[in-house]
Write a protein that binds this ligand. Sequence first.
Ligand code: PLP
Length: 461
Amino acid sequence: MRLGLSQLPLPFGHSSIDDDTKAESRVNGRFAPPGSTRPATCAATPGGVIIRRPMALTQADLLALADRTFIKNYRQQPMVLAHGRGSEVWDLEGKRYLDMTAGIAVNCLGHAHPAFVERLRAQLGRLIHVSNLYWNDQEILAAQAITERSFADRVFFCNSGGEANEAALKLARRYQQVVAGQPARTTIISTTGSFHGRTVATVSVTGQAKYRDGFGPMFGPVEFVPFGDLAAASAAIARPEACAMIVEPIQAEGGLIVPPDGYLRGLRAACDAAGVVLIFDEVQTGTGRTGRWWGHDHEGVAPDVMTLAKGLGGGVPIGCLAVTERAAAGLTTPTGGAVPHASTFGGNPFATAAAAAVIEILEADDLIGAAARQGEHLGGKLAELVAKLPGRALEARGRGLLRGLAVAGNPSAILGRCRELGLLASLAGANVIRFAPAYLVSTGELDEAVAILARALEEAP
Ligand code: PLP
């Protein structure tokens, strides 16, 4: 079946989005911080401020169409999300969900944040894309915003976390070969249980075999050491073939595992002693998610290379490699030589405008402080569940607003029940229900989400 434009759903009254966004902006210029009441316009209708229009295609029609047109690599739930506001989203049938997934730790400003939307809309009207044959103002401002708030001296922009890690691995290899004069240093050290992306090189350094199965031969050599085991990592780093160590400050997809205190500091010391490049994969932990700008800030230590994505764009795809002056030499073009690494869309003015806006709004509204405070509250509520539901709720984990609850039983069934009850959360590791909401999530929303999870756990067979 071919669809004409007239058959496509026009679910929302766009004029009402505009009017209400403006009205809300006039009220307070942005979403209210956690704890304060929302402007009346937000609560006025069951679907937030957005009014649905009759559609040509129903949710069921679209699901049937998706079934015929997509490669079946994902296992999407049978729902089509259509619009959102803050920490709430609605599907095409008008069902409201509390969004504790936030695009898997992406939408740090929530959905349809008025100031963010305004900035993006303005940028769309100015310049969407040029190329890296020229500079654009937004990428320069975003680079300044990142370097001013981190250890990094220089950045490279790309489009996703996997690409940022791919670039980090290339930087490390070339740094050893071309800058340090150590061509025998080729081994990448990574940790078991880690997740670094879905490109061939990044699945190769991902410490979970299920992501590599069927895709060999892999990039290598790679040596895996247990996450959190400093002695094992130090021994691998000390070997003469060691090139780089890549590690997440908190293993996120691996099950929200926080390493022991001193682990990152110990890795720093071992890498310094050996001349090995230290890469922190902050794709999930970066940009305020843990209640500080970067996950490594909790240990007061800095890597040579940090990779970012997810929250940095607030929902607009972007990846970033943030590095020291010394490490930057690994990807620097020699005079008259070929460009060693590049990306058509990297530094795209729309994506980098989003990153600059995210950083500005997070700071202006103290949303990283909010992530720390709300994260404490959420961590406390999840710990209460462990005490209240022994044998069902096993362990509360995480930091800031990257939190989870290890559960007994079938986690997919528990997540399914949560969804029926109006809560979206995601699975991390084998059995951890992950909450990674927007930083502006309210205490009431967190309490409602935890109450739904408690009910789903109580009802689980
Ligand atoms: N690194 C970490 C720590 C991640 O959590 C993810 C995604 O979940 C990635 C890398 C890959 O990022 P992307 O899916 O944007 O390629």
